[in-house]
Design a protein around this ligand. Structure first.
Ligand code: SAM
Length: 230
């Protein structure tokens, strides 16, 4: 169970309302039952349910069972997709170790907004399921050019189809690293020209087939993790 509160042995901490509902009603846990709670700052702790109601839960923390650790910074920039594929990408990107998920609005992006709060909840659920201590930082959507104009220079692997790029074989050393995936309709020519002019952009093809944007996001992250991940 991911909890933002400071965690330490002997502390009592409260669950958020949605979490209390999930534990009490969906998982049917009761006072006295054992759970584990975690966050990236403090690590993971054994805990006991002190009280659980529909909208509130309280836990008593026991010993720490996992210390917090460093994880390589891997960012995902993704043109905003429709709700279901967006949720799916956030879930899979969390499993694949993305530390930041930045939805971007490109010229051919259909939807222009995301619900960072809902996507954050998807990421928390995925982190709990895959036993990851940290939860990716899921941001509100921004225009692509704004993200690029304020970029910190970290290598940005831009997923482009085979006619536009070479396969991804090696990456510059050092972290952070990032992946950018375009919308269902792809990038416009002017966007591709702009991307190629940026010194931090690494154009990369992910095989000879045209992937759906959500597939490209997951395949690209898996490829990055295979090269730079721990
Ligand atoms: N018809 C579109 C086009 O002409 O660009 C296809 C876009 S594709 C469905 C959506 C995004 O997935 C692309 O913008 C690109 O970022 C990524 N993508 C799809 N297939 C890819 C591949 N084989 N290699 C790298 N990126 C790919």
């Amino acid at each position: 169970l991911y909890l933002d509160a400071p965690l330490a042995e002997g502390n009592e901490v409260d669950a958020a309302p949605g979490q209390a509902h999930h534990i009490g009603t969906v998982l049917r846990r009761s006072p006295g039952d054992a759970v584990r709670v975690f966050n990236a700052r403090d690590g993971e702790f054994e805990a006991r349910i002190e009280a659980i109601r529909k909208d509130r839960g309280r836990f008593a923390l026991g010993p720490r069972c996992r210390a917090p650790g460093e994880e390589p910074e891997v960012r995902l920039l993704l043109a905003v997709l429709k709700r279901d594929p967006m949720d799916w990408v956030v879930e899979k990107a969390t499993e694949l170790g993305a530390t930041l998920i930045q939805p971007v609005v490109t010229r051919r992006t259909i939807a222009e907004r995301t619900k960072a709060e809902r996507l954050g909840a998807v990421a928390r659920g995925a982190a709990e399921q895959c036993e990851r201590l940290s939860v990716p930082d899921v941001r509100d959507a921004l225009p692509l050019h704004r993200v690029l104009d304020s970029w910190d220079g970290a290598p940005l692997v831009v997923a482009m189809e085979r006619s536009l790029a070479q396969p991804l074989r090696a990456l510059p050393a050092g972290r952070p690293i990032a992946l950018l995936v375009g919308p269902e309709g792809g990038f416009e020519a002017a966007e591709l020209d702009d991307l190629r002019r940026r010194p931090f952009v690494v154009p990369a093809a992910l095989g000879p087939r045209i992937l759906r944007a959500e597939t490209a996001a997951v395949a690209g992250l898996a490829a990055l993790q295979a090269i730079v991940g721990d």
